[in-house]
Write a protein that binds this ligand. Structure first.
Ligand SMILES: C[S@@+](CC[C@H](N)C(=O)[O-])C[C@H]1O[C@@H](n2cnc3c(N)ncnc32)[C@H](O)[C@@H]1O
Length: 204
C-alpha cells in the first residue's frame, strides 16, 4: 500500500464523515479530537475562533458551549451564518488594530477560550511564509493578553521554524501548562501542529 494512497484514503474518510455529519470541513475532527483529550472548551464558555472559515471548528465549539455559551468567529472570508443565536461573526484581518478593536467591542468583556486555526495564504517562499505564520501567532497572543480570562485556554495552529521557539517561550510565560499535539486527523505529511495552552495567568 503506497504512502500517497494511505494519505488520500484518510482524507477521503474524514471528508465522507464530515459530509455525513454535516460538518463544514474535515478540520472539525481536529478540534473534536483535541478537545476530547484536553478539555479546552466546556459548556457555557465564550469562545473566540480566529481564522474560522468555513466554520468547521465553530460548529464543534457551538456544540461544546451549548445554549449558555457564545462563539465569536473572525475570518477574512465570509462565513455562512449558523442558525444558533449565540453565534457572532466579524469579517476582517485579526492582525489589524481596527479589527482587534471591533473584536474587543463585540465581546465587551473577556472570553474563556481562544482557538485559532488560521494559516496565511502562502507565497511559496519559505522564509516569508514562516514570518507570516509567526506574525499570526504573535497577534493571537496579543489578543489573548487583552481578552482571555484568568485561567482561560488557548489552542493555536503553528508550524515549526524560525521564530517558533520564541513564540513558544512567550506562551509558556503566560500559561500554566503548554503542550503541542498533532491530532490523528491531521496529515502526517503536514508540518502543522497545535499548541495547547491551559490556565492563562492574567496577572503575570
Ligand atoms: C485552515 S482555515 C480554517 C478552517 C477552520 N478552522 C474550519 O474548521 O473550518 C484558515 C483560515 O484562516 C483565515 N485567515 C488567515 N489569516 C487571517 C487573518 N489575518 N485574519 C482573519 N482570518 C485569517 C483564512 O481566511 C482561512 O479561512
Amino acid at each position: 500500500m503506497g504512502k500517497r494512497w494511505q494519505i488520500e484514503k484518510k482524507k477521503e474518510h474524514y471528508y465522507r464523515s464530515a459530509k455525513k455529519e454535516n460538518y463544514r470541513s474535515r478540520a472539525s475532527y481536529k478540534l473534536q479530537q483535541i478537545n476530547n483529550k484536553y478539555k479546552i472548551i466546556k459548556a457555557g464558555d465564550v469562545v473566540l475562533d480566529l481564522g474560522a472559515a468555513p466554520g468547521g471548528w465553530t460548529q464543534v465549539a457551538l456544540q461544546q458551549v451549548g445554549k449558555e455559551g457564545k462563539v465569536i468567529a473572525v475570518d477574512l472570508k465570509r462565513i455562512k451564518p449558523f442558525k444558533e443565536s449565540n453565534f457572532y461573526f466579524i469579517q476582517g484581518d485579526f492582525t489589524q488594530k481596527e479589527i482587534q478593536d471591533t473584536i474587543i467591542q463585540k465581546i465587551d468583556g473577556k472570553v474563556e477560550v481562544i482557538i485559532c486555526d488560521a494559516s496565511p495564504s502562502l507565497y511559496g517562499i519559505k522564509d516569508i511564509d514562516q514570518q507570516r505564520t509567526m506574525n499570526l501567532g504573535e497577534n493571537v497572543l496579543k489578543i489573548a493578553n487583552y481578552l482571555l480570562k484568568d485561567k482561560g485556554n488557548l489552542l493555536m495552529k503553528s508550524f515549526q521554524g524560525s521564530g517558533y521557539e520564541d513564540l513558544l517561550k512567550k506562551i509558556k510565560k503566560r500559561f500554566k501548562v503548554v503542550k503541542t499535539t498533532k491530532p490523528p486527523s491531521s496529515r502526517k505529511s503536514s508540518s502543522e501542529m497545535y499548541l495547547i495552552a491551559l490556565g492563562f495567568k492574567a496577572n503575570s
